[in-house]
Design a protein around this ligand. Structure first.
Ligand code: FAD
Ligand code: SF4
Ligand code: SF4
Length: 645
């Protein structure tokens, strides 16, 4: 949080009103003849959201500035429709997205970021409670697309392809859809009833789903090529990487984190060993360690259907307290110092509070085994990182006792039967637009091209669906914009409210200020420009503390068997209040500063019958003297001085 009061920053840096030439500024016209133009730019929050949300747009709805064109529609429903233009999983995102948008938010420069993620959760939950549906399916195109993998990337692609009117057939190897949202992330972070609703909305759009079907084994690539106009590969990264240390390979109680969580989420794992060591540092390792800690040590192990010696030696049935548990010890080691671990800070803090012993700057050296070949400890040393390479500190070797060692150091794709697509490093290589290199009509996205986040996989699905539609049109794929997001579109906004400009008569005109076939002096540069905080008049915004979402803090003693959700959603009032904190970077938010401060009365509000978001103020260029004051006092950076007339 920024603890410096924003309004006084200039003074503290030594600037005084004497430094401003007000006389010149207000009363002498600018010789450049520049007059205000209204420029829509991308807000940095959206620029940092991999799924491409129009965040500013839905925050404007939350605070009541943008009202639905549909009479009587609740603001939450309108916001949900806006959100799902980019991402059909607001309730999931609002819980587990690490919210890069908040790190990018310009409000960090004033006091603290806007609670974007929490508003997203509030709207997503409201939509679930009120049984809201997604947008209509597009008019049928007669094209048929196979989507391989029903995780976030595949589901997002299926959704956007259905919106475009294509038939979609989705194959997944598992017996339920959701990918890592269901089989990786534990249910106390992505509750399964919530997942079922968000996924069900997509399949209800008419997606043909084939579960328990592994492409490459049950369906051949040739069959797909013969039956579909395009194929989207969204296989995810299903294979955990082994620890590259002596003693790992072939040791039955050394397993990877994906395997462990998959087994747990399928209900096969209940108890783990007394002492678990998890090696990693990213989200997966935190989830592994936290799940292990919740499971506790089972003294009374029920027989499972999968007693195959790896995960399952430490597993049993059901989490519901059928089994008696004792406390156990979960240690999580990371090569990086704790504060540089890739897992989100709040996840780290929760894990620590719940009793996971997190140790940073630790390098695994060797698996120590007993005479039966079972791992009993992990030999490590302290280390320093040089870039991404660990450098051991001499003489610091130590051992951590372990009944099971779990490697959560990264994942790659499983290419059994699909070897032709493997780039040799366990991923698929794509060009921009997610076309698979060297394979016509094949596209790929999500973790299988580069493991990252849910929101990233969803963004890939959205853009790939657009690229596929473009490809099916004429076989050519147009270059995507530099900033490839779902953007506010003024013409659509005017159209939705029956206020579109009249048809252009193709007659020569001088300027557009008195014409009604164009929106005068408005330009949309959001596909190439992001508005910086230095372009905003930040003094407009008083200090306003962020609404902090409550969390259920589970202390170490109560963690065993506790799989309840931790995050407590905003109330409606909190969501609206947070919407008000948004500074609407790059878009007018109707504050009237330019109207009030213009010394020439050249700026006025657009008449009420013509007004919409993005069309609120206009300038009479015959009165404007180009003094720049309107641009200086515009809090949102929306006014840029351009050529007049
Ligand atoms: C433990 C864990 C915790 C995580 N925590 C977070 C988090 O908190 N926040 C966050 O944003 N991200 C998190 N991630 C990352 C996130 O889950 C992934 O980036 C995301 O799920 C990738 O989506 P995807 O659709 O590409 O792949 P996946 O979600 O892996 O889905 C791939 C799907 O393809 C199917 N499949 C694979 N091969 C075949 C085949 N041959 N035939 C048919 N189907 C096939 C699989 O069954 C699966 O359903 C986490 C990941 C893990 C493993
Ligand atoms: S999906 Fe993630 S990055 Fe995008 S708006 Fe939501 S919280 Fe922010
Ligand atoms: S203040 Fe609002 S528009 Fe600006 S970056 Fe933050 S959330 Fe986005």
């Amino acid at each position: 949080m920024n603890d410096q009061m924003p309004t006084f920053v200039r003074y503290e840096q030594g600037e005084t009103p004497d430094d401003w030439d007000l006389e010149d500024k207000i009363f002498t016209q600018d010789k450049s003849y520049k007059c205000p133009t209204y420029i829509q730019k991308t807000a940095p929050c959206s620029g940092s959201c991999p799924s491409g949300h129009d965040i500013r747009g839905w925050l404007a709805i939350a605070r009541g500035m943008d009202k639905s064109p549909v009479e009587g529609q609740a603001w939450q429903e309108y916001a949900f429709a806006k959100m799902t233009e980019a991402n059909p999983f607001p309730a999931s995102m609002g819980r587990v997205c690490p919210a890069p948008c908040e790190s990018g938010c310009n409000r960090n420069e004033v006091d603290d970021y806007v609670g974007i993620n929490a508003v997203e959760q509030y709207v997503g939950d409201w939509a679930n409670e009120n049984n809201l549906k997604l947008a209509e399916v597009g008019a049928a195109t007669g094209r048929k697309i196979a989507v391989i993998g029903g995780g976030p990337a595949g589901l997002s692609a299926a959704y956007f392809l259905r919106r475009a009117g294509h038939e979609v057939v989705l194959y997944d190897a598992n017996n339920k859809l959701g990918g890592m949202m269901r089989y990786g992330i534990p249910g106390y972070r992505t509750p399964r009833d919530m997942l079922d609703i968000e996924i069900g909305r997509i399949t209800e759009m008419g997606v043909e789903v084939h579960l328990n079907t592994t492409v490459g084994k049950d369906v051949a690539i040739d069959t797909l090529e013969a039956n579909y106009d395009a194929i989207f590969w969204a296989l995810g990264a299903q294979k955990g990487r082994p620890l590259p240390i002596p003693g790992w390979e072939g040791t039955e109680n050394c397993i990877d984190g994906v395997e462990f969580l998959d087994a747990f989420n399928k209900g096969w794992v209940v108890g783990t060993a007394q002492k678990v060591v998890v090696v990693g540092g990213g989200d997966t390792s935190i989830d592994v360690a936290s799940v292990a800690r919740r499971l506790g040590h089972v003294t009374n192990v029920a027989k499972t259907e999968h007693s195959d010696g790896s995960v399952i030696d430490f597993t049993a049935q059901d989490t519901a307290g059928v089994l008696s548990r004792e406390g156990m010890q979960a240690t999580l080691t990371s090569l990086f110092p704790i504060e540089q671990m890739t897992a989100a800070e709040h996840e780290r803090e929760d894990a620590k509070r719940e009793g996971v012993d997190i140790r940073g700057s630790v390098m695994p050296l060797e698996v120590i085994k007993d005479e039966t070949g079972k791992a009993i400890a992990l030999k490590c040393c302290e280390c320093d990182m040089k870039g991404n390479a660990p450098v051991p500190r001499e003489g610091t070797e130590f051992e951590i006792e372990a009944d099971i060692i779990i490697s959560a150091i990264g994942q790659a794709g499983d290419f059994e039967g699909l070897e032709a697509f493997d780039n040799g490093r366990g991923f698929i290589d794509t060009d921009a637009g997610y076309t698979v290199k060297g394979h016509a009509k094949h596209f790929a996205g999500g973790d299988i091209i580069k493991p990252h986040l849910l929101t990233t996989a969803i963004g890939h699905g959205r853009v790939a669906a657009a690229t596929i539609t473009d490809f099916l049109d004429d076989g050519e794929i147009e270059k995507r914009p530099t900033i490839d997001l779902h953007q506010f579109n003024l013409l659509e906004e005017l159209h939705a409210r029956g206020k579109e400009p009249s048809a252009y008569d193709h007659q020569p005109t001088r300027g557009t200020d008195s014409e009604d076939f164009a929106v005068h002096n408005f330009d949309n540069r959001s596909d190439s420009q992001i508005v910086k905080h230095t372009e905003l008049y930040k003094g407009h915004f008083p200090y306003e503390a962020r609404e902090v979402r409550d969390e259920v803090h589970i202390e170490g003693d109560n963690v065993l068997g506790n799989f309840e959700e931790r995050i407590i959603a905003y109330t409606e009032e909190q969501a609206q209040k947070e919407g008000e904190r948004c500074m609407s970077c790059g878009m007018c938010f109707e504050c009237d500063n330019c109207v009030i401060y213009c010394p020439q009365d050249a700026v006025s509000r657009v008449k009420k019958s013509d007004r919409t978001v993005g069309r609120y103020v206009e300038t009479d260029y015959s009165k404007c003297i180009g003094c720049h004051i309107c641009a200086d006092v515009c809090p949102t950076g929306y006014i840029k001085m351009g050529l007049g007339a």
